[in-house]
Design a protein around this ligand. Structure first.
Ligand SMILES: C[S@@+](CC[C@H](N)C(=O)[O-])C[C@H]1O[C@@H](n2cnc3c(N)ncnc32)[C@H](O)[C@@H]1O
Length: 325
């Protein structure tokens, strides 16, 4: 009861209600909350601290940034969800917060899009800066295996490189990306590689324009660290994966290279196996495996990045039902 009273006290305050309503729309940093709420950083931090100690909000430190999100388990989660369901979308203050949040997210997306548009041509170079591209591709091919796929989707395809890697073992392959510049390069690359059964289209990875269970291979190569909601992206990717289909995710292990945020628009500095596996399981992926590709550390590459490959298969029934069986 004591815990419940603490949680209810923490949530029962106007600014803190606004904070949980904002976090219901995704992970945010304190400075993003400050811009939306229009209050000072120390004040917002104090509110967040109270919510975190009541178990309603989780703190995710990552390098010099800290993300906050609603608790995804326990009593704090239940309380937050119940309270959120009582909040009205038509409330004047909440509606204004939502508008400001949309503006903050829009500005962030614009910055990332501008970056992608600017680097589209140099991308082939940038993607190979940290680890030999060919060794990652070889490991990815080995992990996926030589089986034939009827239909493949590459999410955040960029210049279409991953479509080229698997193009020969698929009957039909599609890549999607939000950047028109990237898509132009991908079209050119696929044409040059003679892969006429591979194509690309403009789409947002959060709402894929495909029916459920359409693909038997889905790849997400070096995309998740750029985006706000990797879990939502995985859930949407798993939706279009057929039962028994394979999902392969390539991204970085946790690292400390802050310059990737400032200079290359990275939002997340890698992912732990635990969080990736949690998200995969929540997206009804089973048979999860992971592989770490560590470069040899030398004086020249003291600041190296470890690339990870996570794979999972879409299960036909909810994982919990399978586990019980
Ligand atoms: C680092 S590039 C990786 C490209 C490619 N997968 C590769 O490894 O060469 C990340 C790509 O994700 C795309 N992207 C970012 N946010 C996206 C979104 N919301 N929907 C679709 N694509 C997105 C970017 O435009 C960019 O082309």
């Amino acid at each position: 009861m004591e815990q419940l009273v603490t949680a209810l006290r923490a949530i029962g305050e106007p600014t803190r209600l606004r904070i949980i309503s904002l976090l219901a729309r995704g992970e945010l940093t304190v400075s993003e909350l400050v811009s939306v709420l229009g209050q000072s950083q120390p004040r917002v931090s104090r509110h967040i601290k109270l919510l975190a100690s009541a178990g309603i909000v989780e703190r995710l430190p990552e390098g010099t940034w800290v993300f906050y999100r609603l608790a995804d388990h326990g009593q704090g989660q239940k309380i937050a969800q119940n309270v959120i369901s009582l909040l009205s979308d038509t409330d004047r203050i909440m509606a204004r917060d939502k508008e400001r949040l949309d503006a903050v997210k829009h500005a962030r997306t614009q910055a990332a899009n501008t970056y992608f548009a600017e680097v589209a041509k140099d991308w082939e170079h940038i993607r190979s800066l940290h680890l030999s591209e060919s060794s990652v591709e070889t490991a990815l091919r080995e992990t996926v295996g030589s089986r034939r796929f009827k239909s493949m989707l590459d999410i955040g395809t960029g210049t279409g490189r991953i479509l080229e890697v698997f193009g020969q073992q698929t009957d039909h392959a599609l890549g999607i990306d939000l950047s028109h510049e990237m898509l132009n390069l991908a079209r050119l690359n696929l044409e040059l590689a003679g892969l006429s059964h591979c194509s690309v289209r403009h789409s947002d990875l959060y709402s894929l324009p495909f029916e459920t269970a359409r693909f038997d291979l889905v790849t997400i190569h070096q995309v998740l660290h750029y985006i706000d909601e990797p879990k939502a992206a995985l859930t949407e990717a798993a939706r279009v994966l057929a039962p028994g289909g394979l999902m392969a995710i390539v991204d970085f292990a946790p690292h400390q290279l802050e310059f990737l945020r400032d200079q290359h628009a990275h939002r997340r500095l890698g992912f732990t196996d635990a969080e990736m596996e949690d998200w995969m399981r929540a997206a009804r992926l089973g048979k999860i495996s992971h592989l770490a590709l560590r470069p040899k550390t030398t004086k020249e590459n003291a600041q190296h990045l470890t690339v990870k490959i996570w794979t999972g298969e879409r299960v036909a029934t909810p994982v919990s039902a399978r586990e019980k069986a």
